[in-house]
Design a protein around this ligand. Structure first.
Ligand code: SAM
Length: 444
């Protein structure tokens, strides 16, 4: 029987209560119904863990698996690192066994690799840590050989390169130097210009996350028709850094027919960005002056918008990007919020929080948390599968959260998700918010 304990919201524990030792194993079959949905997973911690490994491989969420803590008295490697690789077009599990003086590597087809892992759980390895882009899980055996499964938050949103022995490919490689130079992020020697290190890091990391999200959307050139145009709008694009980066990813890296439009309130920035795009011959990239909240800010000729993105668009401009993305049925919405001014004055003081929120700094942090939490709930209700990612280190910017949604379900279909929004708002005393038009439209 399996027990689940509450407590730390980052960790959930599943443990065997009776004699849930490693059972004689039923073989794993492929392909599995690939879903980490807790209700669909087996109850035994071991079977549950294996099902999570299996599903993360099938869904390309697998990051790595570590087998460690060898049973006392066992000779052999200190630990094993398992990677998911592509060899000759087929998915394989690559086992690297770390010994004191050398590593040995063995690549196995997926089913065989899973059987290998199954055979090593408990003995010799008393700990197995699975990292995926959607969550981490640790399977541990106690002194009496009882397995216990603990869920943790994902440490990374990025799946590694699957190419066997491939060098890490950077989205913004040397090919990006022309526009990085034109926007003043690089200097004439090709070095990061003074004061531009953080901005460079932000757009580099944002576009790397975008690369993975583009794969989630099926926009990877290998899997979709490159000639099908993709349209991206960036809200509050400033000088256009992220618009250029998104264009670079789609047009130059994924080789898709691309239209990227940056929208910015300040016409002088728009003029400079347009001039740079023309000078560099950046086909499909342009900028327009206007307020993202205004319905007619986008050119009438703009085709369907596939993605709405924003990097530090001020205050509610982030909400306008989310709302407009939802309204036009965009496949992808990815925003990194900036200042959070709208909700702070509205937030009530639910009794147990009062003593904490009298500190301005704490109230500020909660306002950010509540604003972004509400945004995620609205995206979920609108049919998006969401992620909240710290896309860059906080030393580069304290505004380092990225909220992403990939359209996955029929929008506005689940009354429970809508109730969650209403209850959340009521709890925090929220009376108005920039995403309200979406709610009002559904209230009829
Ligand atoms: C903090 S800057 C970020 C600029 C750019 N995304 C970057 O990361 O370099 C925010 C930009 O959003 C623009 N902005 C704010 N509200 C806007 C709105 N409603 N519509 C269009 N642009 C907006 C501002 O003029 C400003 O240039």
């Amino acid at each position: 029987m399996l027990a689940r304990h509450g407590g730390d919201p980052q960790s959930q524990v599943y443990e065997a209560r009776s004699h849930d030792r490693r059972p004689p194993t039923p073989p794993l079959t492929h392909p599995r119904p690939a879903s980490p949905d807790a209700r669909a997973l087996p109850v035994s911690p071991i079977e549950r863990f294996l099902a999570l490994v299996d599903a993360s491989c099938a869904e390309d969420r697998f990051v790595e698996l570590r087998l460690s803590s060898p049973r006392a008295g066992t000779a052999g490697p200190e630990r094993v690192l398992v990677r998911l690789i592509r060899l000759g077009g087929a998915a394989q599990l690559s086992f690297t066994r770390r010994e004191t003086r050398r590593d040995t590597t063995q690549n196995l087809p997926l089913a065989q690799g899973l059987a290998q892992i199954r055979g090593e759980l408990g003995a010799p390895w008393r700990s197995a840590w699975l990292s995926t882009t959607s969550g981490d899980w640790q399977l541990q055996f106690d002194r009496r050989d009882r397995p216990r499964l603990v869920a943790h938050a994902a440490k990374t949103a990025q799946a590694p390169d699957r190419a066997h022995d491939a060098k890490k490919q950077h989205v913004l490689g040397a090919e990006a130097n022309d526009w990085l130079l034109a926007l003043g992020i690089l200097d004439a020697r090709g070095q990061t210009a003074p004061g531009m290190g953080s901005k460079r890091q932000q757009i580099t990391r944002f576009v790397e996350v975008l690369h993975h999200l583009a794969r989630d959307c099926g926009w990877d050139a290998a899997e979709s028709a490159p000639e099908t145009p993709l349209t991206v709008v960036e809200a509050g694009c400033g000088k256009g850094h992220l618009s250029f980066a998104a264009w670079h990813l789609l047009h130059r890296v994924l080789r898709r027919t691309t239209r990227v439009l940056g929208v910015e309130l300040r016409p002088e920035l728009v003029a400079t960005a347009n001039a740079a795009a023309v000078r560099l011959g950046a086909e499909g990239l342009s900028f327009v002056a206007g307020d993202i909240a205004e319905p007619d800010v986008l050119p009438a000729v703009l085709p369907r918008v596939d993605a709405w993105i924003a990097l530090h668009a001020c205050n509610t401009a982030t909400d306008h990007a989310i709302r407009r993305g939802i309204e036009c049925g965009a496949t992808l919405i990815a925003v990194s919020p900036c200042c959070h001014q709208e909700l702070r004055p509205q937030l009530g003081l639910p009794a147990p929080l009062e003593g904490v929120l009298r500190h301005g700094a704490m109230a500020e942090r909660m306002a950010e948390w509540v604003t972004d939490g509400l945004r995620l709930l609205v995206l979920e209700w609108a049919g998006y599968r969401t992620k909240a990612i710290e896309f860059v280190g906080s030393d580069h910017t304290p505004r380092n959260l990225l909220l992403a949604g990939v359209r996955a379900r029929a929008p506005f279909a689940d009354p429970a998700r809508r109730r969650a929004i209403d209850e959340f708002r009521a709890f925090y005393g929220i009376t108005s918010q920039a995403l309200d038009p979406l709610l009002a439209a559904r209230d009829g």
